[in-house]
Every structure is written in C-alpha cells, then in structure tokens.
Design a protein around this ligand. Sequence first.
Ligand code: ZN
Length: 464
Amino acid sequence: MRKMLNTCLATLLLGALSICAADTPFRAGAARVDITPPIGTPMAGFYAMRSSVGVIDPIYAKAIVVEQDGGKAAFVVLDVAYTPRSLIVATRKSIAEQTGIAGERVMISATHTHSGPTLTRDSMMDDITGGKTPPVVDYMGKLPLLIAKAVADANARLAPANASATIGREENLSFNRRYVMKDGTFAWQGRKLDKNILSPAGPIDPDVGVCYLASSDKKAEPLATYVNFAMHPTTIGGVKVSPDYPGYLAKRLAEYYGAEMLTFFANGCCGNINQNNVNWAASQSGIHEGERVGTVLAAAVFRALPNLQPLQTFAPRVRSRMVMLQRRTFSGEEIAEARLTARRISDPKVDTTTKAKAVCILDTVAKKDAPLEVELQVIAFSDGLAFVGLPGEIFVELGLALKKASPFKRTFIAELANGSIGYIPNRSAYPEGLYEVVSARCAEGSGEVLIEKALQMLNEAKNP
Ligand SMILES: [Zn+2]
C-alpha cells in the first residue's frame, strides 16, 4: 500500500514537473555596460571629423532578455548613432557564444544619439568622420564583447517577471523637419520664425510606447522601462559625449523608480522628425535643451503609467528575414559633380546636403555590384505587443502605416536596428528631394517594400 502511494506520489510529482517544464513562467532580466569611448575618439553625427573633448554623461549598451517555455529573445539598445552590419554580426556571434541565444533572436538598435562615437561603416563617411582612425578601430574591436556582456548579465539575472504595456501621447515635442514653402518649394530644417513657411511637409508620430517590466514577486521591483518614440536625438551639439535626450529621459525615470530600473530608448521612424520648433524663437541646442526634451518625454511616460495593461505572455516568437533592395542609379553628370564636391568635402562652406549627396553617389558607384541587403525582424512575446526592427532611418509616414496595419494590439518600431543603410524615405518624398532623399542609398519604393514584408512577418508572428 505504502509502496503504491509512493509510486503515485512520484507519478504526480513527475507530472507536475513536466507541466512546469512545458509551461514555465515569463522571466526577464536587464543589465547595462558602459561603452563610453576614450576622450579623443572621433564623434558621429556630422559631415566632419570631430574628436571628443569630454563626457557630459556616459553612454551605455543596455540589454533585456526575456524567456518563457524555454524560448528566449533579447533587446539591446546602444547609445550610438547607427548600427553598422559588421558590428551586428560580430556582436551576435559573441552573444550566442556567451548565452546560447541565436543571433536572429537578438534585436540591436541604436538610439541615434548625435553625440556618440563614430563607427566604421565601410563608406566614404569613414574618411570624413575618422571612422578608420586607430581610436575608432580600437573601439569597434572592443564593442561586441562589451555589448555581449550586457546581454550575458541580463541573461544571468533572469527572474520571474510581469510585463505591461501602453501607448501614451506627446503631441508637442517632435516636428516634421521638411517644410512646404509658400512658393511651392520644399525646405529642410526650417528656420526659426521663417514667414515663408507654409506648413510641415508631413506628419509626426505622437505615440510614446511604454513597456514596463517588474519582478512578479510581492515586491514588484522595477526592472526595466522600454520607451519607443520617434525623434532625432540632435539636441546636444558640441564635442562632448552624451546619450542626448534619451539620457535625460532615463535619469527622470530612475529618479522615480530607483537607479536599479533601466530605461531603454528605441527610436521610432524618425527619419524626417526632430525637436526643432520653427514657431519658437529660442535656441534648441545644448545640454539645457536635451534636459528639457528628455524631461517632457519622461512626463509623457509618467502620464501613461496609470494606463499600463498587463501583457499575457507566451514564448517569444521571432521572425528575421533578409530583404534585397534596389540601389539608386545616377547619371554620368551627377557622378562627375559628386567627384568635384568630394575634393572640397571638408570645406565648411559646402553645405551638408551637397556633401551628403556626393557621399551617397560615390558610395553607390563604389558598391554598385554589391547587393543592398537588409534584415527585417519581428519579436513578440504577447498578443498585446510586437517589436519590429527596421534597418535605417525610416520616414515617419512608413512607421505610421505599419503600426496602423499591424495585427498586434500595440506595435513598437525600433529603427536603426540590426544594421543601417541610412535614410529610407517614403515613395512620395523622393520627388521632393532634400537632405534625407539625396543621401538615401535605396531606390524609390524601398520603404514601402520593407513595410509590406514587415507586415507579413507581423501576421506570421500573430498567427504562427
Ligand atoms: Zn539621422
């Protein structure tokens, strides 16, 4: 009798264990590693070589690892301007070695801070910004292991957690930086109080996506807040390292939740969006502006907190796909003109748009036979929220369209994710020209191709 009882107990226990293995609770971990480059490292964000002379605030690689039912996924955000594909490949390799998480299950996006280090990107930009100088080569060599350490630390901290999400709104912080003028022409980076401006040439995206992770025990300890908003981090200027406004956003949220809670900022489709309000005469550049913008965005997050909805989680579903895009083509005349501009590329009298156009044309000529291949990625661990990674600086119209069509209740888009081919304008922007269009590597219609394929992947992830 007793033996039978023991057998029964053992069977029951085994049964319970096997149920646990198949149905383990949602777990999450978060960590960060300082990736501040040494003073003197050339900085990104401008068509010139500018070596850093100091640090306003450190910059970080931050990682969240989520797990359920044996499946894992990782989200990494970097306080850098962009994500060269070579960096992604090397970093994912290190992450897989250290954690066993496959590369396609790791989304690595850049905040797009314009006060971070320049990174080697196999472009004429390397010659202009110092992207192949010893400090940058050295920094790039160390970065994959630093980022992998953040993911390994997050992985080691995996613990039962709850996830919740909401989408707040901030209508008054970001601006479309392309304008229709009263004479019918288009202008880039409108000037303050310019009476010739008729209207912005396109919309903004006021969504402030918030995904909040906390421990599932009684303490409900704050682990991480992932914030998704579309706006260029171009507030700081100068030659000191700073995470730009996302750094001040993180400070404000840490003041509320405690320093252990890490804020992740993923930039949305902000290719044509920045903080410059042409109806406001005040200067919008410098630390004070970064602080203002980060604080206003934090306020939008705080306003949204009461609306956080618990997410019913499942094992992370991942879709990652390589997509081939068409390169733009240029006439002999355009190429000749670009070669002339290249001779004066360091001349401050040559405007940014002219430089950008020349760099784009000459890069394209140099790589005309190389495929323009990019990665699209979708990660979802709940019907209530999907994350999309897009490979460049995406125009806001494309992001709005994708979010509207998405089958998920909420969709966050991280641009500059898993690689970057520069600006990806929407189709109708191409004939208007201006900075983003003349520097775009991909042909007209590429953005729409990406959105269509990303939507397919979202549908697959929704109904696997
Ligand atoms: Zn940009």
